[in-house]
Design a protein around this ligand. Structure first.
Ligand SMILES: Cc1cc2nc3c(=O)[nH]c(=O)nc-3n(C[C@H](O)[C@H](O)[C@H](O)COP(=O)(O)OP(=O)(O)OC[C@H]3O[C@@H](n4cnc5c(N)ncnc54)[C@H](O)[C@@H]3O)c2cc1C
Length: 382
């Protein structure tokens, strides 16, 4: 088994690190404090080719894999999760088009994302349908060759800045079971009846836009359907098997950033006449943080490698997802502890990583839902 990254992958990591370290600091504090999307930063990220590396070159991508996108994600989150999410999260939803879209949909919707001419979102969650995705009630009725959409979606990343989004809608209410009633539609946000309310006061990733969106008789042509009609639930489960790899990279990235800051701190901070790093209790903390990061990284790299080699192992993806989230939260918490009172202050940067890490345990499948997937897989039907 070869665990070595290719030279191209190492170059991608180097370039992503250089961009994040060089550019994020100028935007991170302001974007976090004011909860604003750093548009110039996102544009720079697109211009440098970081957005959409897994699409074909014909659509502005680099023809690489989901794994390479994850490597960039890890480096971005290592420096600042909010900025990282602002740049790379701008394509959230494109994976659905990449996986199930027609050539025409790919050309029309992926290319502008890579060029920095459009931002995308993906609307699945509803006020009363979070973890239970299949219970969503947003309805799309086919009338005179157009789908007319009515309903509400909650917590939609880029909801108030996106140019278009993939939306999970009930199109087949008569479907034989609750998993066969939905379809995925692409909706442009300038269509009449679309409304977005930005959600303010988030704990973390505040540079990333989140909104509640409403569809009131929003009409889209029938060719806006992605994949197979009535298979929307399954398409999204497949979508998550891919995108969760990127969420794993977020958990590992934020943890790695917190560890590195902690190492720097314990080498210079002195108490009882010695550097903090010379105390065994601190050394044990660092050793545990580093080990957990390595374990989470190994798990998600394997899951990611599988995905790019056509092996979709949702059990492994779910394991990697909950574990990476827990590691992100654990390590940032320990990092804050190691920094003592300074960790509690905004200017030392740990406080933000601590706040940002939590989302990894919530979105794209909570920690509990991921564990349910694993358990169901190893137990079988009881
Ligand atoms: C910042 C942010 C960005 C987001 N971006 C998007 C986006 O772009 N698009 C989108 O569609 N959604 C998005 N979400 C929504 C996110 O995916 C949901 O919040 C998440 O899936 C959980 O759903 P919920 O909030 O309704 O919680 P609930 O489903 O109500 O869960 C509440 C708690 O109960 C637990 N729970 C639920 N069911 C079970 C069960 N059967 N057994 C055990 N425990 C259970 C959960 O694990 C959780 O701890 C975003 C959320 C946030 C906060």
């Amino acid at each position: 088994m070869d665990f070595e990254l290719s030279d191209e992958q190492k170059d991608i990591i180097r370039a992503a690190r250089e961009f994040a370290e060089g550019e994020f600091p100028a935007y991170a504090d302001e974007a976090d404090a004011t909860e604003t999307f750093p548009r110039p930063l996102w544009k720079k990220g697109c211009d440098l080719g970081f957005v959409g590396v897994f699409w074909d070159e014909a659509y502005g991508g680099a023809g690489l894999g989901f794994f390479e996108h994850a490597l960039i994600m890890e480096e971005f989150w290592r420096v600042d999760p909010g900025c990282g999410q602002a740049v790379l999260g701008a394509l959230f939803g494109s994976q659905m088009i990449h996986l199930f879209g027609t050539e025409e949909q790919k050309r029309r919707y992926l290319t502008p994302l890579a060029r920095g001419e459009a931002i995308m979102g993906s609307a699945i969650t509803e006020p009363d349908a979070g973890s239970d995705v299949a219970s969503g009630t947003t309805r799309a009725e086919l009338k005179d060759g157009r789908y007319v959409i009515n309903g509400n979606k909650m917590f939609i990343s880029n909801g108030s800045i996106a140019d278009y989004m993939t939306v999970l809608c009930v199109t087949h209410p008569e479907g034989e079971n609750r998993h066969r009633r939905q379809s995925v539609l692409i909706v442009e946000t300038d269509r009449e009846g679309f409304e977005a309310n930005k959600l303010k006061g988030k704990l973390g990733i505040r540079a990333s836009d989140t909104a509640e969106v409403t569809f009131s008789n929003v009409a889209v042509p029938a060719d806006h359907i992605v994949g197979e009609p009535g298979r929307g639930f399954y398409h999204f489960m497949e979508f998550f098997n891919h995108t969760r790899i990127h969420i794993c990279a977020q958990g590992v990235g934020v943890a790695q950033g917190a560890l590195e800051r902690s190492i720097r701190h314990v080498k210079t901070r002195r108490q009882f006449g010695r550097p903090l790093g010379s105390f065994q209790a601190i050394q044990f903390k660092l050793a545990e943080m580093a080990t957990r990061i390595e374990a989470a990284r190994s798990l998600y790299w394997r899951a990611g490698w599988n995905i790019d080699h056509g092996i979709v192992d949702h059990r492994l993806v779910a394991m990697a997802k909950w574990f990476a989230g827990e590691v992100g939260v654990y390590v940032t918490n320990e990092a804050l502890q190691i920094h003592g009172g300074y960790g509690y202050l905004r200017e030392y940067g740990i406080e933000r990583l601590y706040r940002d890490a939590k989302i990894v345990e919530i979105y794209e499948g909570t920690r509990e839902i991921e564990k349910l997937i694993v358990a169901r897989n190893i137990l079988g039907r009881l």
